[in-house]
Structure formats: structure tokens, C-alpha cells
Write a protein that binds this ligand. Structure first.
Ligand code: GLN
Length: 441
């Protein structure tokens, strides 16, 4: 599947036998003891390559562990390797990696989704049990849906971003990619919580996400917003969402019809997301200048030439496009028309969700408008690729948590996921709802 960029076979076996020995000696072991776990190659793992799927970081070795990685290590997970991804997490298909595309284990002629496509494919292909991904605009949830696994984007601030190579800092979150909802709860338990090294991580109690998993949805109000079912959505995916609503209702939830005229409108969400994400990316990626990290062009004439040739060769086409657009929307004369306006729309999206959550506890929606598409199909059309994100970006803009859970299989045999969204820090409620859907499916 080409799900991995690097595999640490010796390290994994060593760690596994250490854990076996500790168990036999009757010593305590952590919550993930002995469980294989793969890490998206955007999270730093000390002493090994962290490439972000980019030529510019092909030979970069991280000198420290990301906090999420440190926490899974402390819980005694067995790190098996680093998973493939769209270059710097910019994409929806895992085709822009400099290590070649990842394939979808359900149908290897198709993409696994992205950008955490390697993590989703590795879990779906049983090449690992747990995986970490990152989600800036859907990168955990959409590949999970395409590969038929569970993907959770936590509330902004729930999980530390320390050691996560930044794409768009106000949107990025680390999240679990797992075979089922219980594993997602278990992994979220381990990675959540305040970290003094990430000032945006929130100091708030981490409940045991497994404790209430089986409490069901009786009495919960599930919001159904008509805006999510507009043009462009596959009929089979709409039917899967309707069936999911029925299942939740059958389990005692109340379905509430409501309207999300801003947060449910892809015209606002996708445009606003891509302006803000690219603006932040253009600033974050300025650190890759050939001086401090990774690849450096040889024999430069002067400093400008060093920057120009390093960045032209080191970054792929999509990353260059985004740096250009990001720099453009931030530049004097365009800032008010694009960046500032996008920030205002972002506020309206957040308020729209707040209003919706006055009347419901969870929102139900599709994850993506289609099932996994064939490799190469959308590569020449960036706008088409961006439209994969019409149901996922709004949550990142509002900072809310969401989960993608397998709900059905298409006539072609491809997985269909549905998404549940919740108020900030209501991951426990999300997981309860997802558990009901998973059991029904
Ligand atoms: N597909 C979206 C993008 O390209 C989201 C990616 C992500 O969540 N990292 O920006």
C-alpha cells in the first residue's frame, strides 16, 4: 500500500520484548502496552526521519519527540514506523508525497484520502493497530472514511501540537486513527491534556473517554442540517447519513431539524478555510530556507539564490502554490479583501455552530461528498481536490471536535463514513454516538 515512509523493525521488536519482560517480571505496564502504533510523518519522533512527505525534509532527523509521541511511548505502545502523507499535510489524497502515493487497501486502484492517508491505510490493511494523524481541515476524518476506519479530530487545544510540524497553527490538531471507536477513546485518553510546551493546549481535566462509551444516545438531540445535503453529494452517502439518523433515533435519540446557513455552506467554509490555511502555511513554511533544516541547494551565488533554488527544488507543486496564494492574501492591498474577510467569516461560522448547539447535542453530516476516487483522477484539478473538504473544514475553523465512523458500503464495495460533531471538549459524547453507529453498522 506504500502506507509507510519508514519502518523501525528493530526498534519495535526490541521494545516489544522489553514489554514482555516487564510483564513477566510482574512490573506495571502502560495502557497501550505492546500495541503496534504508527505515527504520521509530520510528528517528530526522536532519532528517526521526520520527512512530512517532502523532498526538503527527506534527510531530516528529529532531535526530540512530539508530545503526543512522548505520551504514547510512556503508555508503552510499540512504535512501528512513520506513515505516508500529502506533502506538509496539504492535500486530500496522499498523492503529493515525494515517496509516491499510498493506495487504498479496500481497492488499491483508489486513493486512501488524505492527508493522513498512510495512517488510515496502515490501520485498514492491518499493518498497525493504532495510528496518529493530524487534521487541519479534515485530514484524519476524510481518509478514515475512505478506508473504512475511525478517525477523530479533537477540540482545538485538547491535544498538544508540540512537535507537530506546523501547517496552519490555528487549525491543526493531532488525532487518533483506529479500527474502532473504543480504540479511538483509548488513544485519546493517552494523548490528551495540557502541555506547557504548547500554549494553546488547554488545562482542562481529561475524562476517561472509555468510561461512558456504552451509555448510548437515549435523550440526546441529534441535529440534522439540510445544508449538508446539497448538490454534489453522492446519493449513496446521503442515504447512509439518513440511515445513521434512523439508527440514532432507534437508539432513543431525538432528531432535530435545523439550519446551518453559514457553517453548512461550502461556499463560505471552503473559501474561508483555504484563505486562512494558506496564509498560515506561507508563514509557517518560511522556516524551510536551506539554512536551518533539511535540503540545501548547492553552490548558491548569494542568499537570495540559496532561498530560491532550495525552495523551488525542495517543495512540490502544491506546496509552492499554497505558499504563493498565502503570501498573496496577506500582502498589503489584499489583506483586507481576503485574509481579514476570511477571519470575519470564521467568526460567523463559529457563531452559527454555537446557535446550532443550543438546540442539539451532536450534529450529523457526511464526511466527504464521494467515496474514494481513483488514483490520479483529481491531481490536475486543485479546486476539485479542495472540494473533498466541504464537510470537514468548518469544524477546524470553529475549533470543534468531530469523528468519522464507518456507516455503510457503497454498491462498488467502498467504505462510506458519517461524521458526528460536538461542542468543544464534548469528545465523550461524540464517542458515545459513534459507538451506537458502529454497532449498528
Ligand atoms: N485537504 C485539506 C488541505 O489540503 C485538509 C488537510 C489537512 O487537514 N491537513 O488543506
Amino acid at each position: 500500500m506504500n502506507a509507510f515512509i519508514s519502518v523501525d523493525a528493530d526498534g519495535a521488536l526490541q521494545r516489544a520484548s522489553d514489554i514482555d519482560r516487564r510483564r513477566q517480571a510482574g512490573e506495571p505496564v502502560g495502557a497501550l502496552a505492546g500495541v503496534p502504533l504508527a505515527v504520521k510523518d509530520v510528528l517528530c519522533v526522536r532519532g528517526g526521519p521526520t520527512t512530512c512527505g517532502s523532498e526538503i525534509l527527506r534527510d531530516y532527523v528529529a532531535p526530540y519527540d512530539a508530545t503526543a509521541v512522548e505520551r504514547v511511548r510512556q503508555a508503552d505502545a510499540v512504535l512501528v514506523g512513520k506513515t505516508n502523507m500529502d506533502e506538509f499535510s496539504m492535500g486530500s489524497s496522499t498523492e503529493s508525497s515525494c515517496f509516491g502515493p499510498t493506495r487504498n487497501p479496500v481497492d488499491p486502484r483508489r486513493v486512501p484520502g488524505g492527508s493522513s492517508g498512510g495512517s488510515a491505510a496502515a490501520v485498514a490493511a492491518h499493518e498497525t493497530v493504532l495510528a496518529l494523524g493530524s487534521d487541519t481541515g479534515g485530514s484524519v476524518r476524510q481518509p478514515a472514511a475512505y478506508c473504512g476506519v475511525v478517525g477523530l479530530k479533537p477540540t482545538y487545544g485538547r491535544v498538544s501540537r508540540y512537535g507537530l510540524v506546523a501547517y496552519a497553527s490555528s487549525l491543526d490538531q493531532v488525532g487518533p486513527v483506529t479500527k474502532d471507536v473504543e480504540d479511538a477513546a483509548l488513544l485519546l485518553n493517552v494523548i490528551s491534556g495540557r502541555d506547557p510546551r504548547d500554549a494553546t493546549s488547554v488545562d482542562r481535566e481529561v475524562p476517561d473517554y472509555r468510561a461512558k462509551l456504552d451509555e448510548g444516545v437515549e435523550g440526546l438531540r441529534i441535529g440534522w442540517a439540510k445544508e449538508f445535503y446539497g448538490p454534489g453529494l453522492d446519493a449513496e452517502i446521503r442515504a447512509a447519513a439518513e440511515a445513521a439518523a434512523q439508527r440514532l433515533a432507534g437508539a432513543g435519540a431525538e432528531i432535530v431539524d435545523l439550519s446551518l446557513s453559514v457553517a453548512g455552506d461550502p461556499d463560505y467554509c471552503v473559501s474561508c478555510y483555504y484563505v486562512i490555511a494558506m496564509a498560515e502555511a506561507s508563514a509557517n513554511l518560511s522556516r524551510f530556507d536551506g539554512v536551518r533544516y533539511g535540503f540545501r541547494a548547492e553552490a548558491p551565488d548569494d542568499l537570495q539564490d540559496l532561498y530560491r533554488r532550495t525552495r523551488s527544488r525542495g517543495f512540490g507543486a502544491e506546496v509552492q502554490r499554497r505558499i504563493l496564494i498565502g503570501a498573496y492574501v496577506l500582502s498589503a492591498g489584499y489583506y483586507d479583501a481576503y485574509y481579514l474577510k476570511a477571519q470575519k467569516v470564521r467568526t460567523l461560522i463559529r457563531r452559527d455552530f454555537e446557535r446550532a448547539f443550543d438546540n442539539c447535542d451532536l450534529l450529523l453530516s457526511p464526511v466527504a461528498p464521494t467515496t474514494a476516487f481513483p488514483l490520479g483522477e483529481q491531481l490536475e484539478d486543485p479546486l476539485q481536490m479542495y472540494l473533498n473538504d466541504i464537510y470537514t473544514t468548518s469544524l477546524n475553523l470553529a475549533g470543534l471536535p468531530g469523528i468519522s465512523v464507518p456507516a455503510a458500503t457503497s454498491a462498488e464495495g467502498l467504505p462510506i463514513g458519517v461524521q458526528l460533531m460536538a461542542r468543544p471538549f464534548e469528545e465523550a459524547t461524540l464517542l458515545r454516538g459513534a459507538r451506537v453507529l458502529e454497532q449498528a453498522a
